[in-house]
Design a protein around this ligand. Structure first.
Ligand code: FDA
Length: 579
């Protein structure tokens, strides 16, 4: 072991968390190296639901259009179907992922982006290619083994799995984005709450032309209530579309106390046949793998110069489709802070805000995803299908709902209600977008927390209160229509004001670090022809919002201020950890 390679940030892992961290850091000009254990990026679809907040992050990082071009679009995602098999009886549907007209309106009002379905094996190359093109140095087949840290940096020992030798990488910071079995998080001693291995699950990836069962009710997810479907797993059997309508992934449970079944091709085919329900359709099994449902989150995301992101710090089932979304958003939260600390603009104290802001989100996501599994049980309960689970009993109960009796009518109503309640998994727009941060990198403005007027899990509620994400509004600049979110980001702070906000504009240009200014109003660089921004901004025209590089409001002042220079300088000092 002789060579020592040096960089600013060493990232372990090239999944959604590591790849996004690399992309953001390279976009901001921070030297970084990614080491990743295997010879390739993800070779199975894994995570796929890509929510609006993640699409906003990708928009800022310049890869949104590439993702849109490859993803299954939102309108093909949304007929979440409950059935006895794809070929069998349909029990009901939920208009999902923003495809309910009412929810769709909320999506359109909330963001310039659209949700889409981007399987992980397609997403990772987009992120990694862009990162490498912008400067990331990537080493495949390189395994993180251990690290030590001192006052100036972190020294990680890695093994080149091709040559078999080890070497050291010296970095100023280490990001552990090494997934659900994170060795970096364990080595850093990050305290974890919750439990691993709550239930057993199997993923089976296969090819089959299932258009005749799916194209008329296009969806990302088809839930199958078959005997045995409540054993382990994620609430029911699941047929998930990878590519319409020929590539699929089945999720099927197993009893975790008995251990995973032998994943032979015959076993995989038997599960596929059970869930598809048509033995005549040719099926090609691509892969099968066992995994466990976890309910675990880190209470702290960092130890000194070591930061963890993604599944390394929140481990949960795929329900609500939050896995890679939260991972991308962790990385985005961390990257600009590292950049500003590394270039000397910010005090290292700024990095404390990473745990303060992201750990509560991670915990919420873990809880929500596991709760969504439990909320599938009422669908079975409505059919009296939890126990006993003989096929005959379940089919008899399913058939009984068609009777013209009072009991059958009650059963139909219960089933409708149980299926509709799954909106908390398939239309949880608030979970996606209502993130509010409280940390040293947010300057409270003294206003009381407005809370949420509607269910905060289902409905997005925009706010400009410090700690909230800047609300989206369509504004114009000449003939161009753009989102307020398009005026912020790109690694820099932005000050938004309006007519009468000249003191704020002057204050912004007088700061030591670059603060972009956006003036919105008639005759200004940006105009608000629909009045949307005026309705959402919660400040007067002459007031100001200071928005962080990640699009979150850091500071708000409701009106003009003759001492704007001082107020803004104080706010920036606080946010940057110098106060
Ligand atoms: P991720 O696990 O994606 O990446 C970890 C990275 O670290 C990998 O590149 C790995 O090679 C690398 N690594 C690990 N240890 C290392 C070491 N010691 N040295 C170097 N590199 C190391 N989610 C969902 O929403 N729907 C789904 O259907 C599924 N299905 C699914 C299937 C399987 C098999 C897995 C493993 C995971 C899922 N998930 C999922 C979860 C989803 O994939 C997950 O939430 C995100 O990938 C998390 O992204 P991360 O980047 O944090 O970890």
């Amino acid at each position: 072991m002789s060579t020592v390679v040096e960089t600013d940030v060493l990232i372990v892992g090239s999944g959604p968390a590591g790849a996004s961290a690399a992309l953001a850091l390279s976009t901001y000009g921070v030297p970084n190296i990614v080491v990743t254990r295997y010879a390739s990026l993800a070779d199975t679809p894994r995570a796929h639901i890509t929510n609006q907040r993640t699409m906003e992050v990708l928009r800022d990082l310049g890869v949104e259009q590439e993702v849109v071009a490859q993803a299954t679009p939102q309108h093909l995602m949304g007929n979440t179907t409950f059935c006895t098999s794809l070929a069998g009886e349909e029990l009901g549907r939920v208009r999902s992922w923003g495809n309910d007209p009412l929810v769709q309106a909320e999506h359109e009002l909330a963001s310039p982006t659209r949700m889409c379905d981007m399987p992980q094996h397609l997403m990772e190359p987009v992120l990694v290619n862009a990162a490498v093109a912008r400067g990331t140095r990537l080493r495949f087949e390189t395994e993180y083994l251990s690290h030590t840290q001192d006052a100036d940096g972190v020294t990680a020992t890695v093994r080149d799995r091709l040559r078999g030798d080890t070497y050291e990488i010296r970095a100023k910071y280490l990001i552990g984005a090494d997934g659900g079995r994170s060795k970096v998080a364990a080595d850093a001693g990050l305290p974890m709450g919750g439990q691993m291995g709550v239930a057993g699950s199997i993923n089976i990836v296969f090819e089959a032309d299932l258009a005749k069962y799916t194209a008329h009710r296009p969806s990302t997810l088809y839930w199958v209530l078959a005997p045995g479907a409540t054993v382990g797993g994620i609430g029911a059997g699941l047929v998930r579309c990878v590519r319409p309508w020929t590539e699929w992934l089945i999720v099927w449970g197993y009893d975790v106390t008995a251990g995973a079944p032998d994943l032979t091709t015959e076993y995989a085919e038997s599960v596929v046949r059970k869930l598809v329900g048509d033995d005549d359709i040719p099926v090609t099994i691509k892969s099968s793998s066992a995994w466990t449902v976890n309910e675990m989150y880190a209470e702290r995301y960092a130890n000194g110069r070591v930061f963890c992101a993604g599944d390394a710090v929140h481990r949960h089932p795929p329900s609500n489709g939050l896995g890679s979304n939260t991972s991308v958003q962790d990385a985005y939260n961390l990257a600009w802070k590292l950049k500003l600390v590394l270039d000397g603009t910010a005090h290292p104290r700024l990095l404390d805000s990473y745990t303060a802001e992201r750990a509560p989100i991670g915990r919420q996501v873990v809880t929500r995803a596991n709760q969504s599994i439990r909320e599938t049980a009422p669908v079975f309960e409505a059919l009296d299908g939890l126990s006993p689970q003989t096929p005959e009993q379940l089919w008899a109960n399913i058939t009984a709902r068609k009777d013209s009796t009072e009991a059958a009518g009650k059963q139909r109503a219960e089933l409708r209600e149980a299926i509709a309640f799954k909106a908390y998994e398939f239309n949880a727009h608030g979970v996606d977008l209502n993130q509010r941060y409280a940390s040293g990198a947010i300057v409270p403005d003294g206003t009381p927390d407005p809370g949420f007027a509607r269910d905060p899990e289902l409905h997005h509620q925009p706010s400009t209160r410090p700690g909230a994400r800047l609300p989206h509004a369509w504004i114009t600049s000449g003939s161009r229509t753009l989102s307020t979110l398009d005026t912020v980001g790109r690694g820099r702070f932005t000050l938004l004001t309006g007519i009468g906000g000249e003191d704020w504009v002057r204050a912004a240009s007088a700061q030591d670090l670059p603060v972009a200014t956006v003036v919105i109003g008639p005759g200004q660089e940006y105009e608000d022809p629909y009045g949307d921004w005026a309705r959402l901004s919660e400040i007067s025209d002459a007031g100001a919002l200071l928005v962080r590089p990640d699009g979150f409001v850091a500071f708000r002042h409701a009106s003009a201020a003759p001492d704007a220079g001082e107020l803004l300088a104080d706010a920036l000092r606080t946010v940057l950890g110098h106060a």
